[in-house]
Write a protein that binds this ligand. Structure first.
Ligand SMILES: [Zn+2]
Ligand SMILES: [Zn+2]
Ligand SMILES: [Zn+2]
Length: 149
């Protein structure tokens, strides 16, 4: 069927076009501890991939997020930020400085914090018959440096 053939060709082209940015974005995010915005990712990739477009970066980030390879966070200020999600990277919570925008990952949880998360999940499961599978915990405030300034 000629129609199907044409579709296959177009599909192959599509795969090629998005494999490159996908690999590049994964590499970039896996090598940084930062939580990058789409625009920051775009600027970083421009050096090695001069032809890359911002739309491609957004689309690729969406796809990577759907596959669970990266995580998207909508922290209060500004744009969404992305970070690499892998089994080697421990589950962590965030401290976000509302003054300089610094984001601190922490996974050295206090026992009380783990207990709270655990108890809350159980409570919500009973009350709303909701199966909690994941959570984001963010604390907003001022980092050590910004408290001094
Ligand atoms: Zn947690
Ligand atoms: Zn700060
Ligand atoms: Zn993080």
């Amino acid at each position: 069927m000629p129609g199907q053939h044409r579709w296959r060709k177009r599909f192959a082209g599509h795969v090629c076009r998005w494999t490159m940015p996908r690999e590049a974005i994964l590499k970039l995010l896996s090598q940084t501890t930062k939580h990058l915005s789409a625009k920051e990712i775009y600027s970083a990739l421009l050096r090695s991939y001069p032809g890359i477009g911002l739309t491609t970066v957004y689309r690729t980030l969406d796809l990577l997020e759907k596959t669970g390879m990266i995580k998207k966070f909508n922290f209060r200020q500004g744009e969404s930020r992305y970070e690499f999600a892998s089994e080697n990277k421990p589950h962590h919570h965030h401290l976000i400085c509302t003054s300089c925008g610094k984001i601190i990952d922490y996974s050295d949880f206090a026992d009380e914090e783990l207990e709270l998360v655990d108890k809350s999940a159980k409570h919500l499961a009973e009350k709303y018959k909701f199966l909690v599978q994941d959570h984001n915990i963010e604390f907003y405030g001022l980092c050590q440096q910004c408290q001094k300034d």
